[in-house]
Design a protein around this ligand. Structure first.
Ligand code: TR5
Length: 143
């Protein structure tokens, strides 16, 4: 049985599926986020600049749940693949996370930024993304 990563209970091995997705992405395969970037499938985009975009998570875990992603994934299928020359993009994404949080009014109340990495981190889409979650009292620790 796979890990419980918050989805519906599934009969197949979720960990194996996650490893397959990670392998595909690490080999340059597309993810669903490429289609969002190209506007081939719809998303509610709340911010965009030359480097990144932010849109609403389709399965929100709180009243506000945004994803901030680099438009060019490059090697950043996941945070653990980050290299020295990704530092400016990583900084830009984190800075943008606060900008979009403020745009949602969350700078007044507090919010959370999460990056899930790999199988044990419950990552499901292998294109780096920051979750920006808020609009209710969150709890700690996470599952
Ligand atoms: O599990 P990790 O950390 O990899 O986060 C992936 C996130 O992408 C999840 O919170 C999903 O709910 C979200 N997601 C998945 C899809 C999707 C999306 N957010 C917006 N729009 C989406 N589309 C159109 N399709 C998805 N498969």
């Amino acid at each position: 049985h796979g890990a419980d990563c918050g989805g519906e209970a599934k009969k197949h091995d979720e960990a194996a599926a996650a490893r397959a997705a990670a392998k595909s992405a690490s080999e340059g395969g597309p993810t669903i986020f490429d289609k969002i970037i190209k506007r081939e499938i719809p998303a509610t985009v709340v911010f965009e600049d030359e480097l990144c975009m932010a849109f609403r998570d389709v399965n929100p875990q709180a009243p506000t749940h945004l994803l901030v992603i680099p438009k060019e994934r490059g090697n950043l299928s996941q945070l653990s693949k980050a290299q020295e020359d990704d530092k400016s993009m990583l900084g830009h994404l984190l800075y943008t996370a606060n900008r979009v949080a403020a745009q949602e009014g969350l700078d007044k109340t507090g919010y959370r930024v999460v990056i899930n990495d790999g199988v044990e981190g419950c990552q499901s889409v292998y294109h780096l993304h920051l979750h920006v979650i808020g609009g209710r009292q969150l709890t700690w620790p996470p599952g």
